[in-house]
Design a protein around this ligand. Sequence first.
Ligand code: HEM
Length: 443
Amino acid sequence: MAKLSDFYGAFHAANTTLHLKTLQDHQNFGSVIRQGPNKLVFNTSSALHDIYQNERITKSRAYLVTQRAPDSYGLFNSLDKTIHQRKRKLLGPIVNDRSTQAFETSMHRHIDVFIQDLLSLCQKKPTTPVNMSEKFTYLTIDIMGEFVFGYPLNLQKNETYRYRSILRKMIQSRLAAGPNAKHNLFFMTDTLRVSDDDEMFIEEIRSEATFLLSAGSDTMSTCLSALFFYLSRNADCYQKLTAEIRSKFSSSDSIIGGRHLSDCNYLKACIDEALRMSPPIAGTLWREQITERNREVEAAPVVVDGHIIPHGTYIGVNTYALHHNETYFPDAFTFKPERFLEKGAEQAKKAFNPFSLGARGCMGRQMAYLELSLVVAKVLWHFDFTRGLDETGRLGESTYWKLRGWRERIDEYQIYDIFGAKHQGPWLIFKSRRGEEGDGAST
Ligand code: HEM
């Protein structure tokens, strides 16, 4: 079917089950499968290297569907290496370690609102389960909104902004503040400019902003929701992690970026295991060979895992499938952070790829680990939590887990693959460890 038509992939993509189908196809047909007349998916760590760390390969034309106008290219969808490298170089200083450290104080402010909100809920509705997907979505958008624009969105506190687009207001406010405003991403916009047309320019900013906001918030809320889901179902891991956090830090305020936090090995392993089992970008990141000006270079074939790839073929590795490949991750559907700490972890680390690799790999990786570690450590310092009934009255199971027989693994945090993953729950009941009370700012 896949040999004849792209309908095969499109059908499963529309069902948000393409990652599950891809894994099943690899299990049935081996480490390289066809997913369309012109599409090959690989399932080995060596293919990761062959494809994503290959100078002669770029993003596939499939990414052009995200273009806002024919000549408008963003960091995410520029296939041309020169445009992409220029944008990436300019964004580099904004998302590097120093900039992330400088932004940490703002992160704490938003995380503290999150903690206060949970404390308030513990006090006012102690037995009502909290939908963590929703809470983490507001938290991560608040953090990323401030990072990108230096403009507080306050979704956690203020419901008005949750349901209407304020992107234009944010852009105008940020541009009006000029180049010397405290955080500087949009000071870069003029240098990021590709088009001379003013309307096009606004569109470029808008598309970069939308991309960054979503790249740095959807992914984070998926990972946090998944991790809390797994912790709520794996008592041993929950105990080990809480013991690590509560023994390392004497107060919530002492939880800051730096050596103490990065020494929390079990915390890092838990984050990685959640990223492995329910990767926020779960699908196949399609790539293809660059069309070279030099015909001789173009004629030389790209080789992946020993297969010669015809020019123009879309190729890629499916992150979800690779993360559940038993060769690298034995007992792949079990949440086992220890696999990243034990002897022989090298094998797992080689195939662990939630942030992708090479020239198009994630730019926010450092920031992601800092933010994830701070949120998890602070929540576990303040609270104990248990599973609650979800909106359908079940014990925190996904509403759609039985969908077409694809989601029968109830101990897996289900993601709905639409490039970035949609998700819901877990529903958890929190208890303040120290009988603290929230400031009542939000309910
Ligand atoms: C757990 C959190 C995150 C995950 C799993 C993740 C994953 C990824 C992946 C897989 C890509 C490659 C996409 C592709 O090839 O199509 C990517 C790209 C990117 N990510 Fe992240 N990301 C995360 C957080 C962040 C954060 C917090 C930021 C912002 C500070 C960020 C900024 C970017 C940017 C700018 C790119 C585009 C890089 C390029 O095309 O050159 N990401 N991310």
